[in-house]
Design a protein around this ligand. Structure first.
Ligand SMILES: Cc1cc2nc3c(=O)[nH]c(=O)nc-3n(C[C@H](O)[C@H](O)[C@H](O)COP(=O)(O)OP(=O)(O)OC[C@H]3O[C@@H](n4cnc5c(N)ncnc54)[C@H](O)[C@@H]3O)c2cc1C
Length: 290
């Protein structure tokens, strides 16, 4: 078990504690971290609890964006006032595990764990959110996608302090499929975000790859069909075609066995996953445009 537990009362104290003990790990809700400790996968030299750092809770408005504290819990993000602000993230938060997990688990922990099944991740990818990081060498801001792909990872001693999300004032949907009834990890998830100011439809697919995937061509194609100055309605056939476009883009056919240009036969698992993603994307788009 950890040899020391530090409970800083401010962000500066938390960064100082982490700098003083680089082998220690920050803990927010502990729903991911303690599972690793309990299973023996992780033996941290120390724990730095973030629960008393008020700067990491709540959110504020800044230049058309919301600046979300890393320690916002899923339960808090699922409430109606938050849903009015960022409906996609609220829907993902409501779907993230059973109530005990939603009460403790945080946005920052979801991002830093970066599990493929992290429900907040496709939403943040579709929203093109950025994360604010603070460490011994100062503050920096990186796109969440760079953090998730490992292009720009968290550096030693750095804390994720906030997530900057653009406020789009338009419908956003998040849907997830699980392999069981009741709360469960996603086998696939889809977020669709409308961006009327840029006449854009943004979509991200979660759980089918190590990080959320953006089907950019499908997004551009469907955005060109939407009547942005009118009712913003689409034929059901166009929604179905969008779903299939997204699924094929995010779940490619396996490479052929013989090295020829022809793609190999799809396994039953791939066919099933494509159908699931296509249905989620079709419904998510239909609901966003409804
Ligand atoms: C039973 C169960 C069901 C679950 N179901 C779901 C689900 O359906 N969907 C889903 O998305 N997740 C699910 N989870 C996973 C988990 O609840 C989430 O990923 C949660 O958001 C993690 O947040 P946390 O605050 O508990 O993170 P912690 O466990 O406290 O930390 C996780 C990691 O992030 C680091 N960290 C935390 N905060 C910071 C910070 N501010 N700066 C730097 N590093 C930080 C920690 O050091 C650790 O490495 C489930 C977990 C359990 C146990």
């Amino acid at each position: 078990m950890a040899r020391t537990v530090t409970l800083p009362a401010s962000l500066d104290e938390a960064v100082a504690a982490l700098s003083a003990m680089p082998a220690a790990v920050p803990v927010a809700g502990g729903t991911d971290l303690m599972a690793s400790v309990n299973s023996g996968l992780l033996r941290p030299a120390g724990l730095i609890g973030l629960g008393r750092v008020n700067e990491l809770r709540g959110w504020q408005y800044q230049d058309g964006h919301a600046l979300l504290g890393a320690c916002l819990t899923h339960a808090r993000m699922g409430r109606p006032d938050f849903a009015a602000l960022i409906p996609g993230l609220a829907a993902a938060a409501r779907a993230a595990g059973p109530p005990q997990v939603r009460n403790a688990g945080t946005l920052g922990g979801n991002i830093v764990t970066a599990a493929p099944t992290g429900d907040a991740l496709p939403v943040l990818a579709a929203l093109e959110a950025t994360v604010l990081l603070l460490g011994p060498e100062g503050a920096r801001e990186v796109p969440v996608s760079h953090l998730l792909t490992g292009m720009d990872p968290l550096r030693p001693g750095e804390l994720l302090t906030h997530v900057r999300v653009p406020l789009l004032h338009a419908p956003q949907t998040f849907l997830k499929a699980t392999g069981r009834t009741g709360p469960g990890r996603a086998t696939a998830s889809v977020c669709v975000v409308l961006d009327p100011a840029r006449r854009g439809v943004r979509c991200a697919v979660g759980a089918v790859a190590p990080m959320p995937l953006r089907p950019l061509e499908a997004e551009a194609w469907v955005a060109s069909l939407v009547d942005w100055d009118g009712e913003r309605k689409l034929d059901p056939e166009a929604c179905t075609a969008f779903g299939e476009y997204v699924a094929e883009a995010c779940i490619p056919a396996p490479a052929p066995d013989d090295g020829s240009a022809e793609s190999g036969t799809l396994s039953a698992a791939v066919v099933h996953l494509r159908r699931t993603v296509a249905a989620l994307a079709r419904r998510a788009l239909g609901r966003a445009l409804a």
